[in-house]
Design a protein around this ligand. Structure first.
Ligand code: SF4
Ligand code: SF4
Length: 417
């Protein structure tokens, strides 16, 4: 007989302190140790993912001047990052509504963009604002989060799970959004995204429970699934999510430099209530079962070979170790230049900003950084090659931390299923 349980039954167990809740990381470790909890021994699994999510936009309202100073904004720049004025004109109110793209670049520095700006705002930093008004005035001011009266993130394409890994079999280097610097040719490195078996959509492929209206944690704030995202399909699903920006934790959101300028990363965690055996069986997926094609960074859609997340993540390090005794204080520090999240600056590694991408360990020629990001065996054009993994655009540490935060919130009855 098929086993079922209702959300009410799970909520009752949570209220009684008797619910069995695992993070995806905890659950997968038990599966890999051949000790998976049975259907009766698991009520909820919290799954998470963190990575570059280009569909991120913020809708903001803030005050820039006294009422009556200008009629309405035509152009708005925040730390030089252009935002779209409107949709509300706020005539003569001295405040502006804007829509800011996480992928927008500063007009002064293409490596600084919407993602870095949103982190700066959440960290309480002052933001320079310039408004060009419809009546020909320029208004310049600074704001902090305290001046923001309303701010909501809408992610048009989030928690994507079906990625492609890229390498460069060509002779010349290629710049793209898939690596922080141009990817060297002749198969010198591989870059990939995706949290494998931790991703919520990977744990509920038919979307039995991950659907419109369900609650999620987005960058630490409670939000909702608005529906599936843009370009989402059954084979390649993603989600449209929304939450209050002011409630977010800056640790989980930020900018990420790529070969094509600044991008934005986010962190998502979603609870999967184990309502029936089908939902339970879908949770048994492990990294080695999740394939990922490897393509030419230039051709993009033509796979050269395939690998899986078991090989890509294996037991590789999630964070680097920095040994300043090995640092030669080079005239131009390559790590400062390429670190996608600016975690290394003036000889100091800030692990709060670190994304665990692995670029520092792969590019500092003096081995000041130690981090094993592994390599994958591929067969490309009939030749066996071992290609080092040089850049990971997803962060399993943040995904695991937010899945754990969600688990604790459910246990503490701060997050309702
Ligand atoms: S490239 Fe490496 S050795 Fe040179 S300054 Fe940077 S961290 Fe130090
Ligand atoms: S792993 Fe290295 S390059 Fe990547 S974010 Fe951390 S410090 Fe920067």
């Amino acid at each position: 007989m098929t086993k079922n349980r209702s959300i009410d039954e799970i909520n009752q167990k949570i209220n009684d302190g008797e619910a069995h809740i695992y993070t995806a990381e905890e659950f997968k470790k038990l599966i890999k140790a051949d000790d998976a909890p049975s259907f009766d021994e698991v009520d909820v699994v919290t799954a998470g993912t963190c990575g570059v999510m280009s569909g991120t936009a913020a809708i903001l309202n803030f005050i820039v001047s006294e009422p009556g100073e200008f009629i309405r904004a035509n152009e708005v720049y925040l730390n030089g990052v252009p935002a779209y004025a409107g949709p509300c004109p706020n005539e003569w109110l001295g405040s502006v509504d804007v829509i800011l793209h996480g992928t927008a670049h500063s007009i002064h520095d293409e490596n600084y963009g919407g993602g870095f700006l949103l982190k700066d705002l959440l960290e309480g930093n002052e933001i320079d604002v310039r408004v060009e008004s419809a009546d020909g005035k320029t208004i310049e001011n600074t704001i902090t989060m305290a001046d923001v009266t309303r701010a909501q993130i809408v992610g048009a394409r989030m928690a994507f799970k079906n990625y492609t890994a890229f390498t460069n079999p060509n002779n010349e280097e290629v710049a793209s959004i898939f690596a922080a610097i141009p990817l060297e040719g002749n198969l010198r490195g591989l870059t990939f995204s995706g949290c494998g078996d931790l991703n919520p959509l990977q744990n509920d492929v038919p979307q039995n429970v991950i659907k419109e209206g369900r609650r999620v944690l987005l960058n630490g704030a409670q939000g909702y699934i608005l529906g599936n995202g843009t370009r989402s399909s059954t084979e390649k699903p993603n989600l449209m999510l929304s939450a209050d920006l002011t409630q977010m934790d800056p640790y989980y959101i930020g900018g990420f430099k790529t070969g094509q300028g600044g991008e934005v990363y986010d962190t998502v965690a979603i609870p999967i209530p184990v309502l029936n055996e089908e939902i339970y069986n879908n949770l048994l997926v492990t990294d080695d079962m999740v394939d990922i094609p490897v393509s030419d960074i230039k051709g993009r859609h033509l796979p050269l070979d395939n690998t899986d997340y078991g090989k890509l993540w294996a037991d590789h390090d999630l964070r680097p170790r920095y040994d300043d005794s090995k640092c030669r204080a080079c005239d131009k520090c390559v790590v400062e230049e390429i670190c996608p999240t600016n975690a290394f600056s003036r000889g100091r590694l800030n692990l709060t900003y670190c994304f665990g991408c692995g670029m520092c360990a792969n590019y500092c020629r003096n081995d000041a950084f130690d981090m094993n990001t592994g390599s994958v065996d591929l067969n490309i054009n009939g030749k066996d090659v071992d290609v080092p993994i040089i850049c990971r655009q997803s962060d399993r540490l943040r995904a695991n931390k937010m899945s754990l935060k969600l688990k604790k919130m459910i246990q503490n009855k701060e997050f309702k299923l």
